[in-house]
Design a protein around this ligand. Structure first.
Ligand SMILES: [Fe+2]
Length: 162
């Protein structure tokens, strides 16, 4: 994966104010500290059945297109949703609502921030993976995972099935 594939997306994201998610405003999960993020592709609406295209996809179609282009380059597993996270250091959690494999890749001028993934469902061992310009595929619904701290500006793309 070539670093320069991310130049356009990085530039677009730095120009765009991603929404702030925090527990105070009740739009952030318990294991996540305050951070900025966006959600593209399909979402499950809270009070309706079925799936619909996300608000961010409609508000930022040019970012959505670029994220889909990168997804086609880096993902082996199918996906219908993409989360962009900025500078989030997530605590140990599982993504119980996601189905099957997720693909994670990070970009930007940062150091650290490795993704630590449980070796298997019953193990107490975690393996640290660098996701910098490198796609990691794993089942986040059954394997606990968290990030190590990072310095600099780090964006992560999470491709998954909602
Ligand atoms: Fe996760």
């Amino acid at each position: 994966m070539y670093k320069n594939e991310f130049d356009k997306l990085f530039e677009m994201l730095e120009r765009t104010k991603l929404k702030k998610r925090s527990q105070k405003h009740n739009n952030c999960r318990k294991n996540f500290d305050e951070h900025h993020s966006a959600l593209f592709g399909l979402v499950k609406p809270r009070y309706k059945s079925g799936k619909q295209i996300s608000r961010d996809s409609r508000d930022h179609p040019e970012i959505y297109q670029e994220v889909l282009r990168i997804g086609a380059l880096v993902c082996k597993a199918p996906f219908n949703s993409i989360q962009i996270l900025k500078d989030l250091q997530c605590k140990a959690h599982r993504d119980s609502h996601n189905q099957n494999l997720s693909t994670v890749i990070a970009f930007g001028p940062f150091e650290g921030g490795e993704l630590c993934i449980q070796e298997n469902e019953t193990s107490e061992n975690f393996v640290a993976h660098s996701t910098k310009f490198q796609a990691i595929e794993f089942d986040g619904s059954v394997l606990t995972h968290f990030n190590l701290p990072h310095t600099g500006t780090k964006y992560s793309l999470v491709f998954f099935n909602c």
